[in-house]
Design a protein around this ligand. Structure first.
Ligand code: HXC
Length: 260
C-alpha cells in the first residue's frame, strides 16, 4: 500500500488530485530502482481510480531530482543493462493516461530533467535548475533527454546542453518553452495543485482525449495528427459528458460530469 513506500510520499491536496512527492532528501532525490518501482505502483493504482483525475509530481525545495542514482548505477555491466533493458521501467510514467503536472524546485538534472519532461505540464520555481549533465559521467541521457529536450527546445540548444552538460535556469526553460511558466518562489506546488484541481474538475474522458491529442503531435505528421484529433473529437459524442456539457451550456447551467 501507499503507506509502505520508502522513497515517495502520497497525498491528496485537492479533490480529484493525487500528489506524489519524491522523498530521498539525503541523496537530493536521486532516482533509483526502488523509487521507480514505487512510482509505477502508485500510478497503477491511480490509473483505475476515478477519484484520481490529475496527478502532481514534485520533489523538495532543493531538488526535484538530481538525476539517476549514480552510486547504484556505476558498477553495472553492459550485458546486465542490455539484457535487463535497464531504464525501461523508468519511462512507464510516460504511458500513464491521466495528466501529470510536474512542480519543479531546485535541481532537475539528468534523469530528473527527463522525469519532468515525461510529465504533461511543467511549472518551475525561480530556483529550478535544469540540465542533462550525463556527458560529465561518460554517458548520455538514457530516459528521453536527447529526444524530448530536442522536441521541446530545438536542436541547437539541446545539442549544446547534451554535449556540454551545462545547466539552464527556470527563466531559460520558460523562454524556450520547456516549462509552461515560472511561478513565485515557494509557490510551485500550490500552483501545480491549482492547475491539477482545474483539470480534475473537467470530464475525465475529454481530458484523456485532449492529452492523447496533444501527445499525438509529437508522434505523427500533421495530416495524421489532424485525422487522429478529428476521430477523438467524434468519439466524444458517444459520451454522457458531451451531452451533459453541451446541454448545460444551452440551459445556462453548470455541467455535472459523470465521467462516462
Ligand atoms: C547519487 C547523488 C546524486 C546522484 C546527489 N547525490 N546527486 N547520489 N546520484 N545523481 C548525493 C551526493 O552524493 C551527496 O551524498 C548528497 O546527494 C548531497 O549532494 P551534494 O553533491 O553534496 O550537494 P551539492 O554540493 O549541493 O551539489 C548538488 C549537485 C550535485 C550539483 C546536484 O549533487 C551533483 O552534481 N549531483 C549529480 C548530478 C548528476 O550528474 N546527475 C545526472 C546523473 S546521471 P553524500 O552521501 O555525499 O551526502 C543520470 C542518467 C540518466 O541521471 C539516465 C536515465 C535516467
Amino acid at each position: 500500500t501507499h503507506a509502505d513506500y520508502t522513497s515517495i510520499l502520497i497525498s491528496e491536496p485537492a479533490p480529484g488530485v493525487s500528489q506524489i512527492t519524491v522523498n530521498r532528501p539525503k541523496a537530493l532525490n536521486a532516482l533509483n530502482s526502488t523509487l521507480f518501482h514505487e512510482l509505477n505502483s502508485a500510478l497503477r493504482t491511480f490509473s483505475t481510480d476515478d477519484n484520481v483525475r490529475c496527478v502532481v509530481l514534485t520533489g523538495s525545495e532543493k531538488a526535484f531530482a538530481a538525476g539517476a542514482d549514480i552510486k547504484e548505477m556505476k558498477d553495472k555491466q553492459f550485458a546486465e543493462v542490455y539484457k535487463g533493458d535497464f531504464l525501461a521501467h523508468w519511462t512507464e510514467l510516460s504511458q500513464f493516461r491521466k495528466p501529470i503536472v510536474a512542480a519543479v524546485s531546485g535541481y532537475a538534472l539528468g534523469g530528473g530533467c527527463e522525469l519532468a519532461m515525461m510529465c504533461d505540464i511543467i511549472l518551475a520555481s525561480p530556483t529550478a535548475v535544469f540540465g542533462q549533465p550525463e556527458i560529465n559521467l561518460g554517458v548520455i541521457p538514457g530516459a528521453g533527454g536527447t529526444q524530448r529536450l530536442t522536441h521541446a527546445i530545438g536542436k541547437s540548444r539541446a545539442m549544446e546542453l547534451v554535449l556540454t552538460g551545462g545547466n539552464f535556469s527556470a527563466q531559460q526553460a520558460s523562454e524556450w518553452g520547456l516549462v509552461s511558466r515560472v511561478v513565485e518562489q515557494g509557490s510551485v506546488v500550490d500552483e501545480a495543485v491549482k492547475v491539477a484541481g482545474k483539470i480534475a474538475g473537467k470530464g475525465m474522458l475529454a481530458v484523456q482525449a485532449g492529452k492523447e491529442g496533444v501527445n499525438a503531435a509529437y508522434e505523427m505528421s500533421l495530416a495524421n495528427g489532424l485525422h487522429f484529433e478529428r476521430r477523438l473529437f467524434h468519439q466524444l459524442f458517444a459520451t454522457n459528458d458531451q451531452k451533459g456539457g453541451m446541454n448545460a451550456f444551452a440551459n445556462k447551467q453548470k455541467a455535472q460530469w459523470t465521467h462516462s
